[in-house]
Design a protein around this ligand. Structure first.
Ligand code: ZN
Ligand code: ZN
Length: 296
């Protein structure tokens, strides 16, 4: 069966899809931020200021692909926060109407954008019920650097799994959401598989789920043949196959076990469980997350 990013031709491209600059509440000028990511070897970068679109055509990417974007706050989650949604490829800020349902705000964002996803569920105290009904999003941020550094709530695996278990085919993204005041640069990214680093190819790969998320490790390959799973990764001490269904799902906890460094893992899946997603964890506790694989 297909394993998405690990199964398609192309090259690996590293990118950050969530970043604030002085155009909203970030501390770096847009060009400063661009220069920093380019120097770190990123292949693409989206600027996603709050409620405003920075003209990336006026900036010098120096070979790094720049994507326009925006972050909006759609009203209103169960526990009182707004639902932050990032629109990549946004050409203009959509109108926002007070008191409207979240989907109405997301619909207008989606009209103006190429790809939308829900930002930092944990930081926003979103429950799965807030996210479950949302349409025109590709998924959720499974990791957000500024939320990790700022308040210790960087991961949103639980909300993601709760939606997967209820049948939503959501993808998982890692981003910085860098503002800089929390030392939040270069901590979360996506590795995306595309033929070329053009905006169009990047948007298509995002929509197709041809990427994985990371806060450190590299996942070089995942192959699924029948019930056999083969994973190649940078040195890690734990490798999990996480399945949110049925019930508590199952995990392949024995691989690495936190004691042994592994770079290659083979195991047999249990039948009747899907989707599965792979998580690898390195000695520093940094994680990488594949998108879910649906077997049927
Ligand atoms: Zn936000
Ligand atoms: Zn943000």
């Amino acid at each position: 069966m297909t394993t998405g990013a690990f199964d398609v031709p192309g090259q690996w491209l590293k990118g950050n899809l969530h970043l604030h600059t002085t155009a909203s509440d970030g501390e770096l000028e847009p060009q400063q931020a661009v220069d920093g990511y380019r120097e770190r070897g990123y292949d693409f970068l989206a600027i996603t200021d709050h409620d405003t679109v920075v003209d990336v055509d006026a900036l010098d990417g120096g070979g790094m692909t720049l994507l326009p974007g925006i972050e909006i706050g759609a009203p209103k989650a169960e526990l009182g926060q707004s639902i932050h949604v990032v629109g990549i490829g946004a050409t203009e800020a959509p109108e926002q109407v007070e008191g409207e349902p979240p989907q109405a705000a997301i619909d207008r964002l989606a009209e103006a954008s190429e790809v939308c996803f829900v930002a930092h569920p944990s930081w926003s105290s979103l429950t799965y019920a807030d996210i479950l009904p949302l349409q025109r999003i590709i998924g959720v941020e499974v990791f957000n650097t500024t939320c990790r550094r700022g308040i210790g709530r960087g991961t949103s695996e639980v909300q993601w799994d709760e939606c997967l278990a209820r049948g939503r085919r959501f993808l998982g993204l890692a981003v910085d959401d860098a503002h800089v005041h929390y030392d939040d640069l270069y901590g979360g990214w996506v590795m995306l598989r595309a033929e070329e680093p053009s905006p169009e190819a990047i948007y298509a790969a995002l929509k197709a789920g041809h990427f994985y998320a990371s806060s450190g490790p590299t996942i070089e390959h995942v192959a699924i043949d029948g019930e056999h799973v083969h994973i190649e990764c940078s040195p890690c001490v734990e490798v999990f196959a996480v399945c949110p269904l049925p019930g508590r799902g199952w995990t392949n906890w024995q691989v690495g076990g936190g004691r042994e460094v592994v770079t290659e893992v083979d195991f047999e899946m249990r039948t009747g469980t899907e989707p599965i997603r792979i998580v690898v964890i390195d000695e520093a506790g940094k994680r990488a997350w594949t998108n879910p694989f649906w077997l049927s």
